[in-house]
Write a protein that binds this ligand. Structure first.
Ligand code: ARG
Length: 246
């Protein structure tokens, strides 16, 4: 009987054990997504996700290593073990959930519209953009991209690799609007008051959550209990105020 059992080899230890053995948690994201992950003037990563990742590493007693990865390849990068977890404002979608597991959501957002200021009088609600003459910018592979195809099938959709490129196209008037996450667009609009118009009311429902590989109950359990702790002890509120209310 023993011989038969040993054929199974050692049990899968899981990502949590890998991290503890390595002494480092490797966190994947796609920088430039304000206020979650940005690069400051010194070249350091800063933002809500970054602070969360540092807290998480501290609670685990390990170091943190940041791995910046293009958004449209971020799930494959997780699955091929380029890092241990995606902490990048990823929306939980049923489709993504077929490939990865999500920890409990850490914030709820939705898609919003930032547009050329000249459109403010014409476009009163997002649906008004669903006409062939409108050019919409989206970031490749995001839920904004999905939402644009679904809600504005008649409009022209232009895909950009980075959110900064999409933003610039609205500012220089080459496209009419950028379809993107509420927190990003709200900062974009407030930094360009008088140059763009903002429809702040989100038109989708999007929980954001950390993504990990499937079949890893130990890691998920740790993450969810960690989040419950930081929500209860004031850490979450402190980080939230720092990045969303200042
Ligand atoms: N929430 C959106 C999505 O899941 C956009 C997230 C973009 N995140 C980033 N780090 N650039 O598709």
């Amino acid at each position: 009987f023993l011989a038969i059992f040993s054929l199974n080899g050692p049990a899968f230890a899981g990502t949590l054990d890998d991290i503890l053995d390595r002494g480092t948690i490797r966190v994947g994201f796609d920088a430039g997504y304000q206020p979650f992950e940005m690069v400051n003037k010194k070249g350091e990563y800063i933002g809500f996700d970054i602070d969360f990742a540092k807290q998480l590493a501290k609670a685990m007693g390990v170091k943190v290593e940041f791995v910046n990865t293009a958004w449209d390849g971020i799930i494959p990068a997780l699955l091929t073990k380029k890092f241990d977890i995606i902490m990048g404002g990823m929306t939980v979608t049923s489709q993504r959930n077929l490939r990865v597991n999500f920890a409990d959501p850490y914030i709820i957002i939705g898609q919003t519209i930032v547009m050329r200021k000249e459109l403010a009088g014409t476009i009163k609600k997002p649906r008004d953009l669903n006409k062939p003459q409108y050019k919409l910018a989206v970031k490749l592979g995001t839920t904004g991209h999905e939402a644009a195809k679904r809600y504005f099938p008649k409009a022209q959709i232009f895909e950009f690799e980075t959110q900064d490129d999409a933003k610039l196209e609205v500012l220089n008037g080459k496209v009419d609007a950028f379809v993107y996450d509420l927190p990003y667009n709200s900062i974009f609009a407030s930094q360009n008051e008088g140059r763009v118009a903002f429809i702040a009311e989100p038109f989708t429902y999007e929980p954001l959550a950390w993504a990990v590989k499937k079949n890893d109950a130990d890691f998920l359990n740790w993450l969810n209990n960690f989040q419950r702790q930081v929500r209860g002890d004031g850490t979450y509120d402190r980080m939230y105020k720092k990045w969303f209310e200042s």
